[in-house]
Design a binder for this molecule. Structure first.
Ligand code: HEC
Ligand code: HEC
Length: 335
């Protein structure tokens, strides 16, 4: 039986050739209308790092999602074109292949939809206020680069490519940026030395007394849902997050439950970048979060002592793994 399963896995990899996923993570579901191919992922990598996608040639996707910073930018609020400050923290795109919806408020349903956003966002990469115009400016500019014409022709069969195809290539690249094979995964796979005693304690608290796993569920340490845990709710005009998209009262102040994979490398934390250490995050959960009318009922004071809080932080370090580190910025761009 096991042999049949392995044979099947091997054959499907051989036939379809999707890239392998790290230990502990499920297969990536590739969309039928944008399947994996190596040339497309490589084209996506070039686009992701290419500053020419921005109106004035100064900002690439990688400016805010920098591989050296685990695909985030280490500032609380993202800084875009002409040093314009955004209103939210740039999340890491590692394992975004597994996200149910994209963005803190879930306003994009696929990575393809998402990728078109920043190119047209006047705070991020665009100078035009009208998104259609911004996309046109970007694509017209890229279409003038013969190297891109050749690459798009190879991948999509046409030289006069569209913004949708730009997004498809970028999304394909993003689906290859994965994290797994962490000390936690190795522990679960049977290596009892993969976690330190303090990390094991932290893990037991995470799944037990501290109740973290009701929202941050393995394997990607999220339930792919949205929740109000009180972040930023004391501001004069709080960011109401998911509510702007759904208009549903209970979604006020709800934000995406982020994956905790690589979390030790992706601070500062939360949609507003408000916490600069994991110790502060745990302190915040320990007091039960900030009270507000829409606070998730699963948020309660936890009565963790200092040592227990430290053990949870130690455990979160065990979610840093392998896979994405191989992704590098291109040495040369199409000319
Ligand atoms: C100026 C900084 C900046 C630039 C440039 C930028 N992003 Fe982002 N990115 C952000 C911020 C901030 C968010 C969160 C915004 C929100 O949720 O409202 C985000 C969210 C995302 C997400 C969603 C991740 C998740 O977990 O929900 C993806 C994927 C992403 N960006 C990819 C890209 C791609 C692809 C590009 C280039 C086409 C790009 N970004 C350019 C700052 C940036
Ligand atoms: C009720 C659901 C829920 C529970 C329970 C919960 N979280 Fe969260 N967590 C969230 C949401 C939602 C966010 C993002 C909130 C925001 O930015 O407004 C978040 C954010 C985080 C972040 C920041 C990640 C980042 O990339 O910015 C960390 C770290 C974290 N949680 C760890 C934990 C730990 C540890 C526990 C247990 C002590 C826990 N969470 C319990 C829902 C939850």
């Amino acid at each position: 039986m096991l042999r049949t399963v392995f044979l099947f896995l091997f054959l499907s990899l051989y036939l379809y050739g999707d890239p392998p996923v790290p230990i502990g993570m499920p297969p990536v579901v590739w969309p039928k209308d944008n399947p994996y191919c190596a040339e497309k992922a490589e084209l996506g990598r070039l686009l992701f790092f290419d500053k020419r996608l921005s109106a004035n040639g100064t900002i690439a996707c990688a400016s805010c999602h920098d591989p050296a910073k685990a695909f985030t930018d280490s500032t609380p609020l993202a800084v875009g074109i002409e040093d314009k400050k955004g209103t939210r923290h740039a999340p890491s795109i590692i394992n975004s292949a597994y996200n149910g919806l994209q963005f803190w408020d879930g306003r994009a349903s696929t990575l393809e939809d998402q990728a078109e956003g920043p190119i047209a966002n006047p705070n991020e990469m665009a100078s035009e206020l009208d998104p259609e115009e911004a996309h046109k400016v970007c694509v017209d500019k890229l279409r003038k680069i013969p190297g891109y014409r050749t690459l798009f022709k190879k991948v999509f069969g046409c030289e006069d490519f569209t913004i949708e195809q730009v997004a498809m290539a970028i999304a394909t690249f993003e689906r290859t940026i994965l994290s797994g094979d962490s000390p936690y995964d190795r522990y679960i796979a049977g290596d009892h030395y993969a976690l330190s005693p303090s990390q094991v304690q932290g893990m037991n608290l995470f799944f037990g007394k501290a109740n973290c796993s009701v929202c941050h569920k393995p394997p990607n340490f999220t339930d792919n849902d949205f929740s109000n845990i009180g972040i930023g709710m004391r501001a004069k005009e709080p960011d109401l997050g998911r509510y702007y998209i759904t208009g549903i009262e209970k979604d006020k102040g709800a934000f995406k439950v982020p994956s905790l994979r690589e979390v030790s490398r992706t601070g500062p934390y939360m949609h507003n970048g408000g916490f600069n250490s994991l110790a502060l995050v745990i302190y915040y959960y320990n007091i039960g979060g900030a009270k507000n009318p829409w606070l998730d009922s699963r948020m309660k004071p936890l009565n963790l002592n200092e040592n227990e809080q430290k053990e949870i932080v130690d455990f979160l370090y065990a979610l840093s793994g392998e896979g994405w580190q191989d992704v590098r910025a291109p040495q040369k761009f199409p000319e």
